[in-house]
Design a protein around this ligand. Structure first.
Ligand SMILES: NC(=O)c1ccc[n+]([C@@H]2O[C@H](COP(=O)([O-])OP(=O)(O)OC[C@H]3O[C@@H](n4cnc5c(N)ncnc54)[C@H](O)[C@@H]3O)[C@@H](O)[C@H]2O)c1
Length: 377
């Protein structure tokens, strides 16, 4: 199969969908890979790196899109890319179609078979192509928190680990899932005192085991959150209720009782945030103050570390890319139910109920459309 890797065009997007090791593995398996010149630049991967791995470097996006049967990307197609969409093309990328009716219509009209990273779901309910970005954001949350705790950045002037004779910082993490666990690892590694609050006792038990009691676990309720925040230097928002807006665990009055110069990093801002005082910010202008508490609410944190994020993402996407390349979409979907969950549009039909529901559009079961009908999906 011919696989195309265009350079990302979304504002500030510096990740790329395939790395040289992936190119080498696909070429080894007999496939051909077209990479747009400069596609890896933002992730510090050169055209020479790709060429050495066996890719053909092509000068324009148009040549990548028109020459490939499978296009792999990071972000959803932008308006400037709509002209490249065509019948029969398989597109594999983050799509987040629910709030994008225009793009949904374009994909349906152009009869593109679009597979979304974010809706691929394994049998245990996990979302394997979202996990790596949560790992990145979780680890970064402590790094940025430490930075904004510094006096010259508006913080209280506290070093996370303290020093002998001086107490370390108190880090409170709301939500002990992927983001929260990764935040805890880095905070503990820096020598901070860490408390994780989660509503799942099962999860708290697991965390207690994983960290051998090196952190405090607390059951989530208004009282616990309020008391924990009073003593916190850094609070990290990492709760998620899948498919719903983040619960607003932290009320305005809790923020006003926090220590002046303490820092709140609300990673859950992409689902609306878990602090009443959170509003989305950008890497260009990442923080603002509420009642003396520094708020960092950047909704695409991994964009700040594109090289790490690119490798983390492609480690997770590559097995599916390989499957799509080896088998083609129809057979790949029949062999992997998880991949099937990723298909959002197929042969001009919307086949994902979540996207259909959020846009008030009709949808069909993937298995009832086209060739997959005859398969065992
Ligand atoms: N800002 C960014 O750049 C960025 C990057 C990656 C992920 N995220 C977001 O971070 C959030 C967390 O992601 P995740 O992968 O860790 O999710 P996850 O599902 O792994 O973990 C969420 C945790 O929150 C807990 N929780 C739910 N409701 C709670 C409540 N009321 N009180 C306490 N705990 C509660 C759950 O029990 C679970 O353990 C998501 O909104 C995700 O989209 C943001």
């Amino acid at each position: 199969m011919r696989i195309g890797v265009p350079k990302e065009v979304k504002d500030h997007e510096a990740r790329v969908a395939l790395v040289p090791s992936g190119v080498a593995a696909l070429c080894e398996a007999g496939h051909e890979v077209l990479v747009e010149a400069g596609a890896g630049e933002g992730s510090a991967i050169t055209d020479q790196d790709y060429a050495r791995a066996g890719a053909r470097i092509v000068p324009t996006a148009a040549e990548v899109w028109s020459g490939a049967e499978l296009v792999v990307k990071v972000k959803e197609p932008q308006a400037s890319e709509y002209g490249h969409l065509r019948p029969g093309l398989t597109l594999f990328t983050y799509l987040h179609l629910a709030p994008l009716p225009e793009l949904t219509r374009r994909l349906l009209d152009a009869r593109v078979n679009a597979v979304a990273y974010e809706t691929i779901r394994e049998a245990d309910g996990s979302l394997p192509l979202l996990t790596p970005m949560s790992e990145v954001a979780g680890r970064m949350s402590v790094q940025v928190g430490a930075q904004y705790l510094e006096r010259q950045n508006g913080g209280r002037g506290v070093l996370l680990g303290g020093v002998p004779g001086v107490a370390p910082a108190e880090v409170v993490i709301l939500g002990g899932g992927v983001v929260g666990t990764n935040a805890a690892k880095i905070a503990l590694g820096s020598g901070a005192r860490v408390t994780i609050i989660d509503r799942s006792l099962k999860r708290l038990r697991e965390l207690d085991d994983i960290f051998h009691g090196r952190l405090i676990t607390l059951a989530s309720n208004v009282w616990t959150v309020s008391e924990a925040l009073r003593g916190a230097d850094l609070v990290i928002g990492a709760v998620l209720i899948p498919g719903a807006a983040a619960p607003r665990l932290v009320r305005r009055e809790m923020i006003s009782r926090m220590k002046p110069g303490s820092v709140a990093v609300d990673v859950a801002i992409d689902q609306g945030g878990c602090l009443e005082t959170s509003r989305p910010t950008t890497h260009t202008d990442p923080v603002y103050l509420v009642d003396g508490v520094v708020h960092y609410c950047v909704s695409n944190m991994p964009a700040a570390v594109p090289r790490t994020s690119t490798f983390a993402l492609t480690n997770a996407t590559f097995p599916y890319i390989h499957l799509l390349a080896d088998m083609g979409l129809d057979a790949a979907v029949e062999s992997s139910r998880a991949l099937g969950e990723g298909v959002n549009t197929y042969r001009g039909q919307l086949v994902h109920p979540g996207v259909a529901e959020s846009q008030g559009l009709p949808w069909r079961e993937l298995a009832s459309v086209g060739d997959i009908e005859r398969g065992h999906f």
